[in-house]
Design a protein. Structure first.
Length: 214
């Protein structure tokens, strides 16, 4: 859930903006592999800690070792790869905790949400920044936390139904008359809310919970 002490996180300037993701992990090989995986997304621009790009990062992905060594500043929103289960007793700029072996797709999903002003815990994402979502996300797309069952907004339910049909982001965008960027954002939110490792896992979880019928 959102903390009263949570910092307001800057949003991307526009839908065309590529999120710069700082990858700072204790395992250099794992960091390189993750950077390569994130680079496959056309809206993410990963950089490795220690490399000089001259561009400040929008969000950081780090682990316990790098967090303890303060490899990431205290103002940048952080997605933490850890064995911890929640956000308790962590620095205020840690806005998401994922399993240490989470795959690139799930990390990318969390990074997009974190950079857009969300804290992510087991109950799902909750907004901590103010104002409208970027790229046309409407107020109706914000839902209350529901620990018992993931609370999907009407738009997320539509996206989930298309995911169940096997539709890629471009098809989802076309069918719902939204941008590909917004489609990706909704897919990211669905993955996080369902606790899914990937799109296939999300569909399986949704079927078990009766959120989609196939």
């Amino acid at each position: 859930m959102a903390s009263s002490a949570a910092q307001v996180i800057a949003r991307p300037e526009s839908s065309a903006h590529r999120l710069t993701v700082l990858v700072a992990l204790g395992d250099a090989e794992r960091a390189e592999q993750l950077a390569d995986a994130l680079a496959a997304s056309d809206d993410l621009l990963p950089t490795l800690a220690g490399s000089s790009t001259g561009q400040p990062a929008d969000v950081a992905v780090t682990d316990d070792a790098a967090l303890e060594s303060r490899a990431v500043g205290s103002t940048m929103p952080v997605v933490l790869l850890s064995r911890r289960s929640g956000l308790e007793r962590l620095p205020g700029n840690v806005v998401a905790v994922l399993p240490s072996l989470a795959d690139g797709l799930l990390i990318a999903a969390a990074a997009r949400l974190a950079a857009s002003g969300y804290r992510i815990d087991r109950a799902g994402p909750s907004e901590v920044a103010h104002g409208d979502f970027h790229d046309g996300l409407a107020e109706e797309d914000v839902t209350d936390d529901n620990p018992a069952r993931p609370a999907l907004s009407p738009r997320e339910a539509e996206v989930l139904a298309l995911l169940a049909e096997g539709a890629p982001n471009k098809v989802i965008a076309r069918r719902l008359n939204i941008s590909v960027h917004t489609a990706k954002f909704h897919v990211a939110a669905i993955l996080i809310k369902l606790g899914a490792a990937n799109r296939t896992d999300a569909i399986a979880i949704a079927m078990r919970q009766g959120l989609v019928l196939v």
